[in-house]
Design a binder for this molecule. Structure first.
Ligand SMILES: C[S@@+](CC[C@H](N)C(=O)[O-])C[C@H]1O[C@@H](n2cnc3c(N)ncnc32)[C@H](O)[C@@H]1O
Length: 203
């Protein structure tokens, strides 16, 4: 009797974990995101070369990971780095389904993305506000950048909804923290109505 009960309990827990991952994805990605997020235009604006190495920091459900992976092509690599292993597992599964062999998930630590190699671009969308002690974080991140490497930050200018009141950062704050970490602003795209889209290089 005990074994079937344990199996049912395990199955329920597994289903709950899958449901939680889906819920998190919905919370991060919402509905109709493509319209205002303009993901293809964002990726185009990054000017990625085939073969480039990219880290998607705080990759979540991979909204940008898969698009970045297509932009860098099979000779490139995209590290989907997130502290959430359930979301990483989802990204791995979907990358496999889509035949994207150039995506690798990385279990990041809160204070260190733990990338396995230096990259040409660290891309981070809607994650900046999650990072603690951002100036030392980004100062340390330089060791993961190749020469001429860049950091692209997309972040809500104002809270995206009532249930996410802290999910935004002002452009001045991002800029001053990044400058204190030793970066300079090289591009400020203004085509996203709700978000900053700032690109930094090492000073
Ligand atoms: C709002 S979601 C954004 C997901 C994705 N970038 C997108 O645009 O859909 C923020 C993600 O950052 C992750 N995160 C939070 N703190 C982190 C950290 N210190 N390092 C890496 N990822 C982090 C969370 O687990 C979550 O998946």
């Amino acid at each position: 009797m005990r074994r079937p009960v344990a199996a049912v309990a395990l199955l329920s827990l597994a289903s709950l974990a899958v449901a939680c991952t889906q819920l998190k994805r919905c919370a991060y990605e919402g509905w109709g995101r493509d319209e205002w997020q303009q993901p293809e235009r964002v990726v185009g604006a990054l000017g990625l070369e085939p073969g480039a190495r990219v880290a998607d920091l705080g990759s979540g459900g991979g909204y940008f990971t898969f698009r970045l992976a297509r932009a860098v092509g099979p000779t490139g690599r995209v590290y989907a780095a997130d502290v959430d292993e359930d979301l990483n597992a989802y990204v791995r599964e979907r990358a496999e389904e889509e035949g994207l062999t150039n995506v690798e998930t990385v279990l990041a630590e809160y204070a260190d993305p733990k990338l396995p190699e230096a990259v040409d671009l660290v891309f981070t969308c809607d994650t900046y506000h999650h990072l603690e002690d951002r100036t030392p974080y980004f100062a340390g991140l330089k060791r993961y950048l190749r020469p001429k490497g860049r950091v692209a930050i997309i972040e809500f200018a104002e809270a995206p909804s009532w249930y996410l009141p802290d999910h935004a950062t002002s452009g001045e704050t991002i800029r001053s923290e990044m400058e204190a970490a030793g970066y300079r602003l090289v591009q400020a795209h203004d085509f996203l109505a709700r978000q900053h889209f700032l690109v930094f290089a090492v000073d």
